[in-house]
Each structure stands twice: as C-alpha cells, then as structure tokens.
Design a protein around this ligand. Structure first.
Ligand code: URA
Length: 274
C-alpha cells in the first residue's frame, strides 16, 4: 500500500487517465470543497443559545459555505420558447442562445455549439449534444464520431456544404452524459426554432435522444431506425428519418450495415425515389 505518500508522475498520469475515462474531464475549483460539512454548517436561523457541544461542528472552524449554484430546475421552458419565437433569423437565434443564462449546461461548457454546414441545405441532421472536441471547437460533430458521420455522408455524395447540422442541446453535457429532462425541456424550443428557420426538406435524427424527442416516441433507436415520418416542427412540415448515432457505430461496428441501409434510404428520398 502507498499510504498517504504523494503519487509519482506515472501514478498521477494513470489517475488522470482514469478520471478522463470515467468522464471527469475538468476541475470545478482549485481546492476540494467538503459539501457534507457545508450542508451541516449552522444556518443563520439557528438559535444562538444552542449548546456548542451539541453541534456536530462544535469546536472546529465553521465550514466554509459552498458558493450557491444556480439550478436549471428554476428556469422555465416558456422563457426559451419566447426567446426562440422572437428570433427572426438564425443569427438572431444564435445571439439569443448565446445570451441565455438559464441552463446549467452553459455554466460548465466552453462555448455555444450552434451549428455547422449550410443553412440553405435541404437536409438537416440533429445529434444529441456536443462532446469534448465540439465544445472546444464550437462546431458539432468534429470529433471521432463526426469524422465517421462525414464518411457516412460522403458515401451518398453529401458533405457539409450540402447539409446543416445541429444538436438537441447546444452546450456540452459534462462527461458526455445524456442531457437531463430539464435541460432537454429548456433547450428544445431553441432547436425547434432552428429547424423552422432552416426549413429542411429532410430531417435526420442521429441516435436515441433526438429521435425520441422529435419523433415524440418512447421507442428506442433500434426500433425506430430506418423509419420515415412526416413531422411538423413548429410551422414547418418535413420528412424525418431516424438512424443510428455515429458514436454508437464506433462502439458497435457490426451495426454499420444498418446505418448504410439508412443512408441509401436517404439518398433515394433526396433523388425523389420515395
Ligand atoms: N455527438 C453528438 O450527438 N453531437 C455532436 O456534436 C458530437 C457528438
């Protein structure tokens, strides 16, 4: 056992690699905060006459109160709905989203990841949310999954000049977790307005999260993939296809054949064949 001795370089690097692997990829402060101690710190309302010996923190320095953290639960989706509806253009929408402070995802993200590709395109792809690379570069699907997505598009003659790409949530969920229901509720009005403004003829949902949300289904992506639906998003009517997320395909290469079928189905639709 190493006891309490400091880690050597190799051990410290291994510990950091392990943190990254489990999704801990940023520090929230220079010093650790004991939030258990903070939660039992005497409140101002406590009677001053309480016997010091009865307090669990008696005799020790008062625990430093943790800085208050704003919770997205107190934010209201009707606010984002109103902001989105008031944006007459994509640029105005981007500015409104950039200025919005109500979603906790924003507090931990590097920047807004609004979109990539051609806003005039007739095909729009919707992913789940930015990952690490997207958060750093400010563009959707630029990491490993994005590179696979580019190859999937290229296989049917498409590239980012011919499609428009956005995500259900425009700020990175920490550790690449799924966005919470509250975060989805807050951010979805922005995405719906984005779809309405781009007005794509074809909408492609990538993976579970955008498929369940936009198709308004509880069915998972393995059941939904390959299916086309006529959807009306705000005032815009579009044809939507669900397919597998490229990150899933990286983990499960055997499923690439299914995604390839979906790409062919998209190609056929674009060419007017379905
Ligand atoms: N996965 C997503 O769903 N979106 C991105 O932008 C990147 C990875």
């Amino acid at each position: 056992m190493s006891g309490n001795r400091p880690l050597n370089d190799a051990e410290a690097r291994a510990a950091l690699d392990w943190y990254r692997a489990v999704g801990v990829d940023f520090a929230v402060g220079e010093e650790p905060v004991d939030r258990f101690a903070a939660s039992v710190a005497p409140s101002r309302a406590r009677p001053a006459a309480a016997p010091p010996s009865a307090s669990p923190v008696s005799g020790s320095a008062p625990a430093q109160a943790a800085a208050p953290v704003a919770l997205s639960l107190t934010s209201d989706p009707s606010e984002t709905t109103a902001l989105a509806a008031a944006a007459p253009t994509l640029e105005a929408l981007r500015a409104a989203m950039d200025a919005y402070e109500g979603c906790t995802l924003k507090k931990r993200a590097t920047q807004l990841v609004f979109a990539d590709g051609n806003p005039e395109a007739e095909i729009m792809l919707v992913g789940e949310g930015p990952g690490e690379q997207e958060d750093l570069q400010g563009k959707p699907f630029v990491g490993r999954a994005g590179q696979l997505l580019d190859r999937m598009l290229a296989s049917i003659g498409l590239d980012r000049t011919k499609v428009y790409i956005a995500n259900m949530v425009p700020w990175r969920p920490p550790g690449n977790r799924d966005p919470s229901p509250e975060e989805m509720a807050l951010c979805t009005p922005f995405l719906l307005r984005q779809i309405e403004l781009v007005a794509p003829k074809f909408l492609v949902t990538l993976g579970n999260v955008p498929t369940k949300s936009l198709f308004q289904t509880q069915n998972g992506i393995t059941r939904m993939r390959g299916q086309w639906r006529d959807l009306t998003i705000n005032s815009h009517a579009t044809r939507a296809l669900a397919t597998l997320h490229p990150a899933y395909l990286l983990r499960t290469p055997a499923s690439k054949a299914l995604a390839w079928r979906d790409m062919l189905s998209l190609k056929q639709a674009i060419e007017g064949g379905s």
